[in-house]
Design a protein around this ligand. Structure first.
Ligand SMILES: [Zn+2]
Length: 133
């Protein structure tokens, strides 16, 4: 079992997918238009990670069927957190995360790299506060 997030959101102006994860409004990472729509992705992502830690002892559950945009983003986040945790010789989290996102997110969607990076930083800090990372 794994804990998924069935959520898709499209920018009302340019139509790209992104996650409006900020309570005060999130700007589209491509066109910059701000939306008041909000989805509590951060807490849901943390709930998913907690679930996998509890049942599998790891962040990435292994088999992961992507059926929504949020699931795809979540897998990027799992990969970054899991690989970094397992690699004590890598010390600079930020540059590691940027490298992984550069590899996982294709050039035509490169505007998502910073978007996902910002979310993974928040999620990592929250996990650290709870002693889970
Ligand atoms: Zn847009």
């Amino acid at each position: 079992m794994s804990l998924h997030i069935a959520y898709d959101y499209q920018c009302p102006r340019c139509g790209v997918n992104f996650i409006p994860y900020k309570k005060g409004g999130t700007e589209c990472p491509k066109c910059g238009v701000a939306t008041d729509d909000y989805f509590n992705f951060i807490d849901r992502a943390i709930a998913s990670i907690k679930y996998h830690l509890e049942y599998y002892g790891k962040i990435h559950p292994g088999a992961w069927l992507v059926s929504s945009f949020a699931d795809a983003i979540l897998e990027d986040i799992f990969e970054i957190l899991e690989i970094f945790k397992a690699s004590p010789n890598i010390t600079d989290f930020n540059s590691f995360a940027e490298t992984v996102l550069g590899q996982r997110i294709p050039e035509h969607e490169k505007y998502l790299r910073q978007h996902v990076f910002d979310m993974v930083i928040i999620i990592k800090e929250k996990l650290e506060k709870e002693g889970l990372y």
